[in-house]
Design a protein around this ligand. Structure first.
Ligand code: ZN
Length: 174
């Protein structure tokens, strides 16, 4: 077992995440990328990073979309394990049950955002991280073109991981 796996197991124990989380969800452990480069800031003007190849492909995809009249904006890109812990702790402190939290947030270690390959995308006039993104031109454009840039939707409706439908969450898979 790697140090990373040991670290994640300890974190899960601390947070009260069931020890069969991985086998129950079918989610894969995501190594934290350390080879990150800056991309465009997110819609809240926070700096964002992706792994090198994902960042390159994102830049090309974004400018092609723009040429087609579609604006793609970043909500969130790379996220560390520590940040994921904070997010989950905050929800727990607000009184949410862990089972409910884990339907929306991946357990630390299992978020695709750790890999530096995942992006939450929005477009002007859309409330970020809502299902209404699927009704936008940006979503249509991505559905037709993202594959060309090696991005795909990770959590389509009714996905096998039991993760809620996330039309905004795209991952670079090349
Ligand atoms: Zn996401």
């Amino acid at each position: 077992m790697s140090d990373y796996e040991r670290r994640i197991i300890a974190i899960h124990k601390n947070l009260g995440i069931p020890s069969d989380y991985a086998s129950q969800s079918g989610l894969v452990l995501q190594p934290e990328d350390i080879d990150l480069v800056n991309i465009d800031d997110d819609i809240f003007c926070r700096p964002q990073k992706l792994s090198i190849n994902a960042a390159g492909s994102w830049g090309v995809m974004k400018s092609q979309a723009e040429k087609d009249g579609v604006l793609l904006n970043v909500v969130s890109a790379f996220r560390s394990v520590d940040r994921q812990i904070e997010i989950i702790q905050k929800k727990r402190d607000q009184g949410h049950a862990m089972s409910a939290i884990l339907k929306i947030s991946a357990a630390p270690g299992y978020s695709e955002h750790h890999s530096g390959r995942a992006l939450d995308i929005t477009t002007p006039d859309c409330l970020p991280l809502t299902e209404s993104f699927e009704l936008t031109e940006a979503f249509n454009w991505l559905s037709e073109n993202a594959q060309t840039y090696s991005f795909r939707l990770s959590y389509p409706r009714g996905n096998r991981f039991g993760v809620l439908y996330e039309p905004w969450h795209w991952v670079y898979y090349a």
